[in-house]
Design a protein around this ligand. Structure first.
Ligand code: SF4
Length: 190
């Protein structure tokens, strides 16, 4: 009998837990493979686990996660409806930026998750997630735009927004995030 999407995602989480393809597993406390509805229509993709995510093995549970929850509230979407993952599955030390070689060896897990879940809409959070779909594009130019693409034979609507951590640091980016979530809310209603 074929594995269900949930079982396939569990297998990816098992592979991530045992992964040694880059050195990040050595300094991390827990892997953070991603969590949520295996048949989510909406998938959020962030950058990498931070301190609290690393402690708990779950994505977006620190201050950025609290802001993400507030933004989800504004569009009346609950976490149980969506899947939330990251470009990297282990925390980079001191939350430094992901390195190109880490992204290269880690994103096959994200690719597998996307192919299992087959979301209709992907909200990229921050520039690293944007770069995965639109290399060399600028988040300040693309944020809040609705992009229809075919990616690996999957029709996807990509809506890039700033990373919530940027919204916590900068009032203008918070405003942009709030506005972009209004756009997302309107898009989902239609
Ligand atoms: S960050 Fe990704 S590639 Fe590196 S060890 Fe973790 S799962 Fe493997």
């Amino acid at each position: 009998m074929p594995l269900s999407p949930g079982q396939q995602l569990e297998y990816i989480a098992y592979l991530v837990k045992n992964c040694q393809k880059c050195p990040l597993y050595k300094s991390a406390t827990n892997p953070v493979p991603g969590t949520g509805n295996p048949q989510a229509k909406i998938m959020f993709i962030g950058e990498a686990p931070g301190f609290y995510e690393d402690q708990q093995g779950l994505p977006f549970v620190g201050n950025s996660g609290k802001l993400l929850d507030k933004l989800l509230d504004t569009i009346q979407v609950s976490r149980s409806e969506v899947f939330i993952g990251n470009i990297l599955k282990h925390r980079p030390p001191q939350n430094r930026d992901p390195l190109p070689e880490e992204i290269k060896v880690c994103t096959p897990y994200l690719k597998a998750q996307l192919k299992i879940i087959k979301p209709k809409v992907v909200i990229t959070l921050g520039r690293f997630a944007l770069d995965y779909f639109f290399p060399n594009e600028s988040i300040s130019r693309l944020h809040g735009q609705i992009k229809e693409i075919v990616w690996q034979d999957l029709p996807l609507t990509i809506i890039p927004v700033y990373h919530p951590s940027a919204g916590l640091r900068n009032g203008a980016m918070l405003k942009a995030l709030q506005n972009d979530f209004l756009t997302i809310g309107r898009f989902l209603k239609n």
